[in-house]
Design a protein around this ligand. Structure first.
Ligand SMILES: [Zn+2]
Length: 747
């Protein structure tokens, strides 16, 4: 830029309101000042500001450590000494935590915030609220083109009420682009945002951590440290004996050790395992009775742990779940002030707000905990974890619930959404709206939704898309349906709901000229198609509105192909969408030549096929992979490289329970990738430790590069909680195990 053109330019609008002429190609061009003492994230904030100002004005911006006399208009970035000198009376503690300040001082603009991430938030807020940028998704932004930037005097500070904020959608966790999560002001536990992007809140031990602090390896020497269930001490799939004094001592020792290893984090998780098998021993029962239930026993335990933590680490918090059997608040007991209670709403009806009649027990819990502590986080549920793809009618309640939380002392919020798919069930819209509202509860949800639809799907389709969301949400309310976060289908939709929603989609698509927008709308339509395909109204809706499903005959395989092309491949946690899924749902019949030979003559109900598309893949893309495989019966398979011995491929035997199987023979169809030696292990595991489970070791000479069928064993008590698993048996060989299918024959 020709600096000679730059000049100070102040317009007097009224007697006491000035405007800063921030950018005018002829007279004014700001420099960005980020002081020597800026932290890394503030330097990144300055670069982001320069980048976006460049996109907006098509001009370049210099970033300097200190101003020179010739710099007429300056934007100061970061909570640096230079900025503090310009705002001598400002109380920076007001910005704890994550708060921002956007302020004009004379002819300069200050963008700063609480460290480490407030300055990044200030920059993005300035770009959005003052210059009109919109950050819709990872790869969709609206950047205005401006020839001039004039701003009125600004004197804006904001500190969020929720200091821990997490909207649990896939785009929030993108490791190739941390900026999107920061633009949405997400600072959550499951993120990996590095310090230069402002870092994130982290709880040592994550969640459900009893089993990591006192693992089953203690069981042999100390069986009485673990849950007593029906008279027997249980090492796995249960909890700890929280009243046991020796266990508490060791728990505290381990907890202090864990904090010492990661002293930079201010919260440690001390919480129950993910099951309901609490200890039934006499002492535990006595304490639970004394303090108003299992949560009382838990708090008694947490008080002892947190007192020990406080002595050594006075600023550290001990966080624990109030979840399932510990959700109700205790009585007759105080809670230490360094304990955070993370209340979980998993049992609630998500069709209505969490203070509605059907949720009054949860609402009572949040009030009751609020009477005992000022440290409440909430784990709330936004998605349908049984089927991420079909409509989930709870958008209406997002803002009401977030406000409800904040009005009840909640200071941290985790909104569990769809971590696995990028766009089904309005994932992008939800992530945007949730994130905005977690940051600022005063924002208007309808306006946020309107902005998003206009920007992401197109202004011309706003009415249609808003109508679709309304059809979904009001169907559930009309039927007074209790909407859990584990729904199989949309049974509360009637024929008319389907037809109206399809017509609204088709109206939207017909109005859209931009192919990118068309694809986005069609993605949302696909979820409704799936919903109809598994609905009892399929035939009647297709009769009245044949356009709803264009090619019903090939719909299932088209859908699987489509999911793969759009990164929407999960139907549920770790469950891939596949033809297998549609077979389970009874809407797809695989050709008989794809059956295992020994099943071709059997009655269809007497064997069951688990295809790789339905496998749970643990450590995906590290320990396990989905691959295309011409040799496989459905042309795709699951692969485990022989660099580990983990049970990275697993499948739940629940479909056998659902079909009334009592006993079954289990087979796996497996090959190795290349000629190098390799073998595998397979077996059935019972999470409750009740059923005697087989384990199979494949001899090296039996495993070939062609598929063979291996008999894993017989299960004579089919029940919920059983999983078949397959793992490599020879770590460090240069080969991989490839599994085409697992199948079960009824006995
Ligand atoms: Zn006990």
């Amino acid at each position: 830029m020709k600096k000679i053109l730059l000049a100070l330019f102040i317009i007097l609008i009224s007697s006491n309101v000035f405007a800063v002429n921030l950018f005018n190609p002829k007279v004014s061009h700001p420099v960005i000042i980020v002081g020597d003492d800026a932290i890394e994230s503030e330097k990144v904030a300055a670069k982001e500001l320069a980048k976006y100002l460049n996109l907006i004005t098509k001009s370049t911006y210099e970033i300097k450590n200190a101003p020179s006399d010739s710099d007429k208009v300056k934007i100061y970035v970061g909570q640096t000494k230079l900025v503090k000198e310009k705002l001598p009376s400002f109380d920076w503690n007001k910005l704890k935590y994550d708060g921002i300040i956007i302020e004009t001082v004379g002819n300069d603009l200050i963008l700063a915030g609480d460290r480490p991430r407030g300055t990044l938030y200030a920059v993005y807020t300035f770009l959005e609220d003052y210059l009109g940028c919109k950050f819709w998704t990872l790869d969709s932004e609206y950047i205005p083109s401006l020839r001039l930037i004039n701003i009125k005097d600004i004197n804006y500070t904001y500190t969020p009420k929720l200091f821990y904020r997490e909207s649990h959608y896939k785009a929030t966790y993108n490791k190739d682009d941390y900026s999107f999560a920061v633009k949405l002001k997400q600072n959550g536990l499951f993120q990996t945002t590095p310090p230069e992007w402002g870092d994130h809140e982290f709880f040592i031990n994550g969640g459900h951590s009893f089993e990591r602090t006192i693992p089953a390896s203690y069981f042999k020497e100390h069986p009485d440290w673990f849950s007593l269930r029906d008279g027997v001490r249980v090492p796995n799939g249960a909890q700890l004996c929280l009243s046991n004094k020796e266990m508490r001592k060791e728990f505290i020792r381990r907890t202090l050790e864990q904090i010492a290893a990661q002293p930079q984090y201010k919260i440690i998780d001390v919480s129950q395992n993910d099951n309901q098998n609490y200890c039934q021993c006499e002492k535990c029962t006595e304490l639970a009775n004394r303090y108003g239930g299992q949560s009382g026993l838990l708090v008694d335990f947490l008080n002892e742990v947190s007192s020990a933590v406080k002595e050594k680490y006075p600023n550290e918090f001990v966080e624990s779940f109030a979840y399932t059997y510990t959700r109700h608040a205790p009585t007759n007991i105080k809670i230490n002030d360094n304990i955070i209670i993370r209340l979980c709403s998993i049992e609630c009806d998500f069709s209505t707000p969490l203070d509605s009649e059907t949720n009054k027990s949860f609402y009572k819990d949040i009030k009751d905990w609020g009477n005992l502590t000022n440290n409440i986080f909430v784990w709330n549920y936004q998605a349908n974890f049984n089927n991420y793809h079909i409509p989930h009618p709870n958008i209406e309640n997002i803002s009401k619930n977030i406000n409800l939380f904040v009005n009840n002392k909640v200071t941290g919020l985790f909104e569990q959404g769809d971590l696995y798919n990028s766009s089904v069930t309005f994932a992008e819209l939800r992530n945007y709206v949730i994130s905005k509202l977690i940051w600022n509860q005063a924002l208007n949800q309808d306006k946020l939704i309107k902005d998003f639809i206009n920007g992401f799907y197109g202004k011309e389709v706003y009415n249609d898309i808003a109508n679709i969301i309304k059809i979904y949400d009001s169907a559930c309310l009309r039927e007074k349906y209790f909407l859990s976060c584990y729904e199989k289908d949309n049974s509360y939709f009637n024929e008319n709901d389907y037809i109206s929603a399809f017509k609204a989609f088709d109206s939207a698509i017909s109005k859209t000229k931009d192919n990118k927008f068309k694809t986005r709308i069609d993605t949302q339509r696909k979820g409704l198609e799936l919903s109809l395909m598994i609905s009892k109204y399929k035939d009647s809706v297709l009769k009245k509105y044949p356009k709803a499903i264009k090619s019903p005959g090939t719909w299932c395989s088209d859908y699987v192909k489509w999911t793969k092309s759009t990164d929407n491949t999960y139907i549920r946690e770790m469950g891939g969408i596949s033809l297998q899924y549609f077979t389970e749902k009874g809407i797809y019949e695989p050709p008989i030549e794809s059956y295992p030979k020994m099943c071709r003559d059997l009655n269809k109900n007497d064997w069951f096929d688990f295809q790789d598309g339905g496998f749970m893949l643990f450590g995906k893309n590290q320990w396990s992979f989905s691959i295309d495989d011409e040799k496989a019966s459905d042309l795709s398979a699951a692969m485990e490289p022989c660099n580990h011995k983990e049970w990275a491929i697993a499948v739940s035997l629940q479909p056998l329970v659902d079909r009334g199987y009592k006993s079954a023979d289990i087979y796996a169809v497996v090959r190795k990738e290349n000629k190098e030696n390799a073998s595998f292990l397979a077996g059935v595991y019972d999470f409750d430790g009740i059923v005697k489970v087989p384990e199979f070791v494949c001899p090296m000479e039996d495993l070939s590069v062609e598929y063979n069928t291996f008999y894993i064993g017989n299960i004579d008590k089919i029940k919920t909680g059983l999983q078949v698993w397959v793992s490599p048996n020879d770590p460090f060989t240069k080969n991989s195990i490839i599994v085409d299918r697992i199948f079960a024959i009824k006995k």
